[in-house]
Design a protein around this ligand. Structure first.
Ligand code: SAM
Length: 238
């Protein structure tokens, strides 16, 4: 569960090329002749994609973590946020576009969790709606653990980040030391990103009532290949 990690997320974990990633998603939507009227960012975290999507579209954000949402709310205006588990997504709006990015789907453990999420997304989408999500590959997981420990400082705060791999799943522990007045508070959070096989994902997405329009390497935007570290799935509601 993302809790105190939220305090250092943007400075440490979230320091990624969100502007490029968002632009790539918009290009992808155009390629499939889809112009979003209402976009839902599922597992939106601290709102790093929303900062860019809101310049183009009306947006909604959903995340399970209160602390991640608290930060997101300070970064974007005119966005309705829901604190919800994506497996039980239940909102009143009918977005035509739902995105779930930066490994958020890898937080789901079982096939049943994936199925519940994909079905909830389908139910939430309007007719012919588009769902784009990404997942991390085994190649990326194995590369991450080449750096088993990372440590650093953000202003007066400090962190240690431990990575291991068990049964192809990426386990990470984030220990933070946050300055509160004259003292430091220590927080430790354990996270697991679960590896999901592509063939299995394709089967579950189809089973949930989607056609897959395309899969692509998230970084190069080319076809998925043995070097691919993150895969985009572009799905259309049947
Ligand atoms: C790696 S962060 C990505 C956040 C954001 N999409 C980004 O690109 O920065 C994963 C996010 O997934 C959220 N999350 C994990 N499991 C979830 C669930 N079952 N339902 C909703 N959100 C979830 C976490 O709270 C966290 O904000």
């Amino acid at each position: 569960m993302y809790k105190e990690v939220a305090l250092l997320y943007d400075a440490v974990i979230g320091e990624m090329p969100y502007a490029k990633w968002t632009k790539d998603i918009i290009t992808l939507l155009k390629k499939h002749n889809h112009t979003p009227k209402l976009l839902l960012d599922l597992a939106c975290g601290t709102g790093n994609h929303l900062e860019h999507f809101t310049k183009k579209f009306s947006c909604i954000g959903v995340d399970k973590s209160k602390t991640m949402l608290q930060i997101a709310k300070t970064k974007v205006d005119n966005v309705k946020f829901y604190e919800q588990d994506m497996r039980k997504l239940n909102i009143t709006e009918k977005p035509d576009t739902i995105v779930c990015l930066y490994d958020s789907i890898n937080n789901l453990k079982t096939e049943n969790d994936l199925l519940k999420t994909f079905k909830a997304v389908r139910k939430t989408l309007s007719e012919n709606g588009i769902f784009i999500f990404d997942v991390i590959t085994l190649k990326a997981i194995n590369e991450i653990i080449e750096t088993p420990v990372q440590a650093g400082s953000v202003g007066p705060d400090h962190y240690i980040w431990h990575n291991t791999v068990k049964n192809n799943n990426w386990h990470w522990t984030f220990t933070s030391f946050i300055k509160t007045g004259k003292n430091y508070s220590m927080f430790e959070e354990d996270h697991i990103e679960y590896y999901h096989n592509v063939k299995k994902l394709i089967s579950l997405v189809k089973q949930s009532g989607f056609n897959i329009l395309q899969t692509q390497d998230s970084y190069t935007l080319k076809n998925v290949n043995k070097e691919t570290e993150r895969i985009n799935f572009i799905c259309k509601k049947k």
